[in-house]
Write a protein that binds this ligand. Sequence first.
Ligand code: ZN
Length: 319
Amino acid sequence: MIEPLFLEAVMQEKIWGGTKLKEEFGYDIPSDKVGEYWAISAHPNGPSTVTNGPYKGLKLNEVWEQHREVFGDASGDVFPLLTKILDAADDLSVQVHPDDTYGLEHEGELGKTECWYVIDAEEGSEIIYGHHATSKEELKEMIENGEWDKLLNRVPVKKGDFFFVPSGTIHAIGGGIMILETQQSSDTTYRVYDYDRKGDDGKPRELHLKQSIDVTTVPSVDPNSSLETVDSQNVSITTFVKNDFFNVYKWEVNGVATFEHTAPYTLVSVLEGEGELIIDDTKLYELKKGMHFILPSDLKAWSIDGTLQTIASTPGEKL
Ligand code: ZN
């Protein structure tokens, strides 16, 4: 029998975390500082657990290791994708991630290309996206002299916005913003600037200036392109990004919509509304806001009945 894999998340406390995850999604969270909700993860720092079907109780990395057929016999040592929700009550540190070559060479881990769908943003909230240096020398100078206002590019955001953040992009999420992040399964982050704040131990958090200067793309590029939305019966599908690492879509369902699998497997997060996932016209799974699941490889088609919005992702061409 073919079953989707519903997942239970791992929550990570962060000094910048808030309480919106609980307010928005009703998650049972243990503290008011949960900043990251690792919804679909096989990363060793926080793998999610399957809650139904034949793999119930297994961690996602164990399913990847022991049942590769679920993922269409995809190759690779690590499950390549990671879906997180970030709830920023305060500004996150300004950071940059390496690409795969630099990450593997210096950290023994893949680099990180990521992207953000804005679930919620308070009036006036901003992200940092890219920079204004025109050469590596200028970047180095501005970082070393702490000329942050001159260096960092600020962008106002609102609910429903999407940002593609390739490795090498200086970025930060501002306070008052909640995003769904789809990323390569990596935890390698170089911190450029932390607003001179102190960590839990009273000391400033470590910065990684040399690595940041090494990996930052200069000049800054803005790869965000115009989005394409295709309407078919009872569903609008917007393609946000397609690249080597992942493809990310928004499905807006209104009624009964039928889908055919075009990828080896698909990760889905329900961000608004509710309904049912229908398999073989007979098996029904309740869907509601805040649920996360994977549609496995042997599932060729399915229907969704309801009024809901999801973000879906599939592995990119390089994987
Ligand atoms: Zn990042």
